[in-house]
Design a protein around this ligand. Structure first.
Ligand code: FCB
Length: 445
């Protein structure tokens, strides 16, 4: 096992999200989300699966908290299901829904695990989609700020951090430009409008939480990758630069520089966000962050020449994503050179593998190697001056992997969906040892 050089109070965590694990879709007054209906559209999710039951975490959370305690993690990153706490996305809040997150947060604190909450991990209340086309409408950003404020007053005194959005690129692009995710639109202009309203909602939520005196550190979680050209040709290099602008800078520049990247705006042309940008928006979007969460899985390949991506040196995961750990070092040092960054958390990193439960064990050596290589790459970034405060493995347990249904397993804990039995995979045992070793090393310094 490698030794990584992180600060003494480095936070070791695991992550999940509401729709992917909770289940209890019709319980205790939960409203419907856009994913509940999207899953029912034929052909959208592998095997027509959905999150109705998922890992049944809503009923089994105490047991899942025990698992985390057993792993020795410092922190747990989870998301709050907006439709569970405010069924229509406006108006009345659902006390029973809020009570669930109350119990979850208290259960974490009781076990000495810090709660890292995310407000939006894609499960928009369906009512907002149906009444005003969801994030296409500017009003949804204001509804989000109201919801944020309610969560701030319910949990803000006990959580260790609040992130507004998880991966707005996925919400905007996969949900509205390609239609691969809910709500399933394939319209570039809608995607551009959605992305602007997501950013605006992030800024409005920070404003509201700060106005209410919430002390927990506030931030956002972005999915990022370095972009590489398939060849060294100027055309492929230009394509890579454009992909990076559309994927990474599209969210970083408004937050840290108060503008969209020109290169990407040009590419959007008439389909860009210009119609929905109002005076003062960038001032709201650019509110200072207490932290930035980055989800890292792989690098991006861009090709104008039609050349395919090169064969991966380290191979591909079960998602067909290239294993490319050095991309994490490259990404972080690049960001650090370009932006004035707050402390960074890696809020997700992990891989899907064809795990097999055999005699109570899952020998997921590939996943162990994946984590080890990425932590070494993260440690390299720290040595190169990036301020990294913590790392969250995706995921605590196998769960509903969106359009891939239950077919792709990302967990450190194996879930048998028939029995809901949880089994620690080898990677969980490794993670536990690794955390203990680093805590020991920090204590002896
Ligand atoms: C990220 C998502 C997370 C999970 C992983 C594999 O994009 O935030 O919910 O699906 O990918």
């Amino acid at each position: 096992m490698s030794t990584y050089r992180f600060k003494d109070n480095f936070v070791w965590g695991v992550a999940t999200s509401s729709y992917q694990i909770e289940g209890a879709a019709l319980e205790d007054g939960r409203g419907q989300s856009i994913w509940d209906t999207f899953c029912r559209v034929p052909g959208k999710v592998v095997n027509g699966e959905n999150g109705d039951v998922a890992c049944d975490h809503y009923h089994r959370f105490e047991q899942d908290l025990d698992l985390m305690a057993d792993l020795g993690v410092d922190a747990y990153r989870f998301s709050i299901a907006w439709p569970r706490v405010q069924p229509d996305g406006r108006g009345a809040f659902n006390d029973k829904g809020i009570a669930f997150y109350d119990r979850l947060v208290d259960g974490l604190l009781k076990r000495g695990i810090q709660p890292y909450a995310t407000l939006y991990h894609w499960d928009l209340p369906l009512a907002l989609q149906e009444s005003q086309s969801g994030w296409e409408s500017r009003d949804t950003a204001y509804r989000f700020a109201d919801y944020a404020r309610r969560i701030g007053s319910a949990l803000g005194d006990r959580v260790a951090s609040i992130a507004t959005h998880n991966e707005p690129w996925c919400t905007a692009w996969l949900g509205n430009a390609t239609g691969y995710f809910a709500p399933g639109n394939a319209d570039l202009k809608k995607a551009a409008h959605v992305s602007h309203h997501l950013l605006l909602s992030h800024g409005l939520a920070l404003q509201a939480l700060r106005a209410d005196g919430v002390k927990a550190p506030l931030g956002i979680v972005l999915n990022q990758s370095p972009a590489h050209g398939a060849t060294d040709s100027p055309e492929d290099q230009a394509a890579a630069s454009l992909e990076y602008a559309k994927f990474v800078r599209w969210y970083m520049d408004p937050i840290f520089k108060g503008e969209y990247p020109e290169e990407a705006l040009q590419w959007y042309g008439e389909n860009g966000p210009q119609e929905v940008i109002r005076a003062g928006d960038f001032g709201i979007i650019g509110a200072p962050l207490d932290f930035l969460g980055i989800n890292y899985y792989t690098r991006i390949f861009a090709s104008a020449s039609g050349e395919k991506r090169p064969p991966g040196v380290l191979g591909f995961t079960d998602m067909d994503w290239e294993v490319y750990p050095q991309g994490l070092t490259e990404l972080l040092t690049g960001l650090n050179a370009e932006y004035k960054l707050p402390p960074i958390y890696i809020t997700e990193n992990g891989c899907a593998a064809k795990d097999v439960l055999d005699n109570g064990r899952v020998h997921d050596a590939d996943r162990v190697a994946f984590y080890d290589l990425h932590l070494a790459a993260l440690s390299d970034a720290v040595e190169k001056g990036v301020d990294v405060a913590g790392y969250f493995a995706w995921s605590l347990m196998d769960n509903f992997e969106w359009a891939s249904g239950y077919d792709k397993r990302f967990g450190m804990v194996y879930v048998d969906y028939e029995t809901q039995q949880r089994t620690l995979k080898d990677s969980a045992l490794w993670y536990r040892d690794m955390i203990a070793k680093h805590a020991g090393a920090a204590a002896s310094r």
